[in-house]
Design a binder for this molecule. Structure first.
Ligand code: PEP
Ligand code: MG
Length: 602
């Protein structure tokens, strides 16, 4: 009988395909001692495993270089040099000669090295911790005779469902988008890095499945229903037939919605809304530009860094930003400076912090590392020659951060001028409103900035004190809490009073119920994943601002998030029903997160 595991709907779409189970974790090593006469053979086994890992890493590196690029492939050079490191091998050999079996000796030494590197005051050393972990997993798997699985192993066109505990940056760069058709992870929530990435790539995904990897068998067939957040194991032929039919209906609906891509985003009562796209990787720019979006409301630049061994240099960043600006010209492109930290880290990460979401991240890290930040600022000022660039700062809590950035921007411009490099200096500077501090001081921030963009993913997290990545708290993470709605309303009022643009670029903007609430709160600019542009346009064209405003003012006075949800749902459904047949697709989307009646849950 088929079993459905309920997770979090992270990226819509249905895929029926073979499971590619990736257990990327340090294998259990049982302590084993060897007799003195066996030590030579153990030492030989160690070197053979390290050599085999090097071979394997060379193949991985070549494949990653081919489909992702030389910079992404550089991580594997680092790992090759770790496997080849004479000191490392000598330390393991010493333990083997003391009587430990090769796998135990290797495990102990790698554990010690990882701890030593993690405590280092040198950032480069700390960055090597995850490489050591990858090497530990690879070599131990070989020494223990476990199956050695790489995401890149799959032939193109496999249509596989990648099931893994969590999608780390080093796994992300390895996976081949032509082989993997969907993603399912034990960890993660709708706003975590893996979910954002899946939506960017247009891959159906379900995250937060808790123990899915423990319950799966590689090679079996499964169904991913990214629209409803379900992973269905061992589907019966009837279930497969049912989902084939659903997939056809979804594709048909998506084709229908596509008709709205080119339409104007105007409400029934004639209010014009600006709808822009969130672009996370420069590669997506071309597809995003045909989605019907009028520019980019948020480009998350940290995806240029995640999964890489080193930060991208000025020229590489300049090329990436220019590509997006050119693709969307003459529309505006809002590029956000690095929001590194939290769950978006480069390879190796930053110092271990007890509370990374309250830690050294985003604008804080950039201001403390001005040389690193100025590389990005110079690249941005140069790329502005190719379109309508706007620069946005993440995680702002104070006007000081804006002022300090202006000083660095002026320095960056002076450095470019001294070098004779073409650049612009008249770039609008805006801030993300994603902390309660920013909302409460929005009037002051508005005096020193050109625009606001509300990041509801973080605003919800920091207002409700609910970790956006904690699967245990998913039902408590809601933008419909009256506190969040009031903060959005206040930001809109203060922005409008100062005459600056206020947009919303968090995930909230792409969900019909929430987009309806946002329009009712006075928001006139939304930025959503390119794939959501046609549906949100369709929504805008099917409702009136008058009814959204009435619903939102009721919502602002409601006591609880569930009361808000009920009243918004009633108001929106009534409005859509008035829209008749044309609104059918939207009705389905409003209810998308409700489980289908016939899902077998665990
Ligand atoms: C947000 O916080 O809502 C946002 C858009 O930024 P990110 O999801 O990248 O933190
Ligand atoms: Mg954010």
């Amino acid at each position: 009988m088929s079993v459905a595991i309920v997770g979090v709907a992270a990226s819509p779409g249905i895929v029926i395909g073979p499971v590619h189970l990736l257990r990327w974790e340090v294998p259990e090593v049982t302590p084993r001692m060897v007799e003195p006469e066996e030590t030579d053979a153990e030492v030989a086994r160690l070197h053979a495993a390290c050599d085999q890992a090097v071979e394997r890493l060379r193949t991985v590196r070549d494949r990653v270089e081919e489909h992702a690029g030389a910079e992404e492939a550089a991580i594997f050079d680092v790992q090759i040099s770790i496997c080849d490191d004479a000191d490392l091998r000598m330390s393991v050999e010493t333990l083997i000669r003391q009587g430990f079996a090769a796998e135990k000796a290797f495990d102990l030494v790698l554990l010690e090295w990882r701890e030593h590197f993690a405590r280092s005051t040198n950032a480069l050393m700390r960055e090597r911790v995850s490489d050591l972990l990858d090497v530990q997993i690879r070599v131990l798997s070989l020494l223990l005779g476990l199956p050695d699985r790489d995401p890149v192993d799959l032939p193109k066109g496999s249509n596989a469902i990648l099931v893994t505990h969590d999608l780390t940056p080093s796994l992300t760069v390895q996976f081949d988008r032509e082989a993997i058709a969907a993603i399912a992870t034990d960890a993660g929530t709708g706003t975590s890095h893996v979910a954002i990435l899946a939506r960017s790539l247009g891959l159906p995904a379900v995250v937060g499945l808790r123990d899915a990897t423990a319950r799966m068998e590689a090679g079996s067939t499964a169904i991913i229903d990214g629209t409803h957040g379900l992973l269905i194991l061992e589907p019966t032929p009837e279930r497969i037939a049912e989902y084939r039919q659903r997939a056809r209906v979804e594709q048909e609906e998506a084709r229908e919605l596509q008709r709205y891509a080119g339409a104007e985003a105007v409400t029934l009562d004639g209010v014009r809304i600006t709808l822009r796209a969130n672009v996370d990787m420069p590669d997506e720019a071309a597809a995003g530009a045909t989605s019907g979006a009028e520019g980019v409301g948020l480009m998350r630049t940290e995806f240029l860094v995640v999964g890489r061994a080193a930060m991208p240099d000025e020229d590489e960043q300049y090329e990436a930003y220019s590509r997006v600006l050119r693709a969307f010209a003459p529309h505006p492109v809002v590029i956000r400076t690095y929001d590194i930290g939290g769950d978006k880290l480069p390879v190796g990460g930053f110092p271990h912090e007890a509370n990374p979401f309250l830690g050294w991240r985003a604008i804080r890290m950039c201001l403390d590392e001005p040389e690193l930040f100025k590389v990005q600022l110079r690249a941005l000022l140069r790329s502005a020659m190719h379109g309508d660039l706007r620069i946005m700062l993440p995680l702002i809590v104070s006007v000081d951060e804006v002022r300090q950035t202006r000083v660095l921007l002026a320095e960056a411009a002076a450095e470019l001028a001294a070098r004779g490099a073409a650049h612009r200096t008249d770039i609008p500077l805006g801030v993300m409103i994603e902390t309660p501090a920013a909302v409460i001081t929005a009037d002051a921030l508005a005096r020193e900035t050109s625009f606001f963009s509300i990041g509801t993913n973080d605003l919800v997290q920091y207002t409700l004190a609910v970790d956006r990545g904690n699967i245990q708290l998913v039902s408590r993470f809601t933008a419909l809490h009256p506190a969040v709605l009031r903060l959005i309303a206040r930001t809109q009022t203060d922005g409008a009073a100062a005459g600056i643009e206020v947009s919303v670029c968090g995930e909230m903007a792409s969900q019909p119920l929430m987009a309806f609430a946002l329009l009712g709160l006075g928001i006139r600019q939304l930025s959503v994943a390119p794939r959501s542009v046609p549906a949100v346009k369709h929504l805008i064209r099917t409702i009136s601002v008058a009814s959204a405003t009435a619903a939102a003012s009721e919502a602002l006075n409601a006591d609880t998030a569930s009361a808000v949800e009920t009243l918004l749902r009633e108001r929106l459904l009534a409005e859509l029903r008035r829209g008749g047949k044309a609104a059918d697709g939207l009705l389905a989307l409003v209810d998308a997160h409700i489980l289908p009646d016939n899902a077998d849950t665990q």
